[in-house]
Design a protein around this ligand. Sequence first.
Ligand code: NAD
Length: 345
Amino acid sequence: MAHRVTLIPGDGIGPELAEATRRVLDATGIEFEWEVVDAGEAMIAAHGTPLPDGVLESIRRNKVAIKGPITTPVGEGFRSVNVTLRQALGLYANLRPARSMQGVVTRFSDVDLVIVRENTEDLYAGIEHRVGRDAAESIKIITREASERIARFAFEYAVANGRRKVTAVHKANIMKLSDGLFLESARTVAADYEGRVEFEDRIVDNMCMQLVQKPELYDVLVLPNLYGDIVSDLAAGLVGGLGVAPGANIGTEAAVFEAVHGSAPKYAGQNKANPTALILSGALMLRHLGHPDTAWRLEDALRAVVAEGRSVTYDLGGNAGTSQFADAIIERLGASTPTGAAAAT
Ligand code: NAD
């Protein structure tokens, strides 16, 4: 039976990347029924909101969505659609793997990190106010419930994927109460996995330095929302930049798959942006839908095209467009065998 999936093209480079990703996913042989819904600034005129009710209803119904990036105005204007979606759907875990790819020139060749970012609270709770004319306050919310839930997600991910270690990242030396509670919660959960998955913690500034010096020492990192956002871009930089960094937002009722990068408005409509990050997010979606072998087949095809280097976008040193890159992956997929176990998984 076909998987019914909500597809949100997004804006900026989103629609081109979403189209490339949809074509590649269809070419895997897994059957999808795409329900395309729009969100973002262009919706405001007709719906009075950048996130029309129909979008949330579609995701709640289908339980799985893949989305292109959506622009958020800086400083003023509407609240981030991306953040609102994650909070409204309770997508508490943001999973962002960063793995080196042959053919992508970087300083390290053996990076294999998984960032697990808490997705619902911290400074992203959106509780901000001005104090008079010349000051402003943002409230950082950390709860035991959300911290233990994200730590458990990280450990369960480690167990399910054969990973050896979870590192909790914090600034509990300074924010003794909020980050202190995050660390205490991670330690509580870690005790349940003793002997199965190693546990350690790092202060976030030290973590950043260590990651750019010896990333091979780290495996799965679990972080509160803001540090998770920043450190996942750092990890993306280690493996070739935002063009190749996939992500997933996972909750108990739904999952939304999206690239780490934003809408890169300056490249919109030019058939120029790299579709790798969204296609790899599609591979994460295939695993979530119970097709791990097909996900590997898709990643292998993508990696082969990148390693060959003839049909890649500008950011990977090539001059192919978004759609030609997707065509090359589809051609590779066609050359591998979508039969037997792989097709059935
Ligand atoms: P960005 O990720 O959109 O772009 C930064 C730069 O990275 C680009 O100028 C480009 O040089 C490069 N880049 C990004 N994606 C690329 C790709 N696929 N291929 C090739 N190069 C790529 O970050 P930004 O400029 O800070 O944000 C632009 C907008 O996107 C903002 O409105 C921001 O709020 C929004 N945003 C949305 C999401 C999301 O939808 N989840 C995430 C991050 C940012």
